[in-house]
Design a protein around this ligand. Sequence first.
Ligand SMILES: Nc1nc2c(ncn2[C@@H]2O[C@H](COP(=O)(O)OP(=O)(O)OP(=O)(O)O)[C@@H](O)[C@H]2O)c(=O)[nH]1
Ligand SMILES: [Mg+2]
Length: 373
Amino acid sequence: MAFVDETEITVRSGDGGPGMVSFKSAKNAPKLGPDGGDGGFGGSVYLVGKAQLNSLSGLYYRRRYAAEHGAKGGTNNCTGRNGEDLEIPVPIGTQAYDRQTGKLIAEILEDGQRICLAPGGKRGLGNIRFLSATHQAPHESTTGGEGVEMELRLELKLIADVGFAGFPNAGKSTLLSSISAARPKIADYPFTTLIPQLGVVTVPEMDEWGNASFVAADIPGLIEGASEGKGLGHEFLRHLERTKVVVYVIDPFALDEMPPLDAYETLENELRSFSESLANKKHLIALTKSDIAPEDFDWDEVEAPLKERGLEVLRVSAVARNGINDFKRRVWKLVQEEKQKVEVVETPVSPKRADEEGYIWMSRANEDQDFGI
Ligand SMILES: Nc1nc2c(ncn2[C@@H]2O[C@H](COP(=O)(O)OP(=O)(O)OP(=O)(O)O)[C@@H](O)[C@H]2O)c(=O)[nH]1
Ligand SMILES: [Mg+2]
């Protein structure tokens, strides 16, 4: 399943704010002791996992990301404000490599997971910190630590949102090629597909996360008894384990003795013997090759038993492109609904402003991270 999405970015954490040198004073006592506060910590840059995302495309057009600098310490022992952290939302499965060394430095495996790429600079110390019994009027302070710049390559190994399950020759690969740029091998003999294929399917709609796509997986054909090793067996079903939706792809014209409901039940049974949770995933039926239906073909008769079982049925022809857009939209909708069931952690990050170096500043994380002074 070597389908990789890739992009390069540069991140920079904020510098720590410098400490302040100042002295308390009153009208008749100009120097009452030091009161210069510490600077704020520089903001850090994080990668954050978002289950709703499925590509790195949101990062293609923006290459530099920087967190805010810490503010200078104040008089009256006031600590400078911490620089805001910056979070870069990425899909689950994103890996970050150091471009210089090629080393893997972070991998996002869960929704909401937060990994620090560049820790913010330490805060500078105000002169109040240098007060001691023998040093009553310190003029010392420290500057804040510098932020860190990292040049990264982000890589995402795509995980399918939708999997196609069906008998050999049902038209799974043809369907995938008609909805995505994937070009799997297609032929009129069984077991053409030996290795699962992935395709990115785009739809005109967009969700609140800016997604207008899902990833579909075409897998080898299944036959009755696959769980006992018949045909190509059923090991490849593990590629569907992380999908949100399963589409049963059924050719209603190939099954003389087997009505689509029986085909569905046979396939479902094979999925269930692989794993209960796979069979229980949200699913629908795609009846393929509608272009070869004879004029008097009674679709209702074919579809009614499936619908009576509470199954949703979509009719498609990958060759004549009938029902393809409806199919894309409906599957996309189901994928979104299933993804919504994942607990959403935070709202998406929105760009705020670009500074003179071209860095774009983004809104922050809510936790305070202390990297020590
Ligand atoms: N007329 C017509 N033929 C189709 C359509 N979809 C697929 N076919 C034909 O059906 C045959 C099988 O198609 P594939 O897409 O290779 O089927 P598959 O389900 O991927 O098969 P396996 O990889 O062997 O499991 C090919 O000859 C296709 O040209 C369709 O919508 N209309
Ligand atoms: Mg195929």
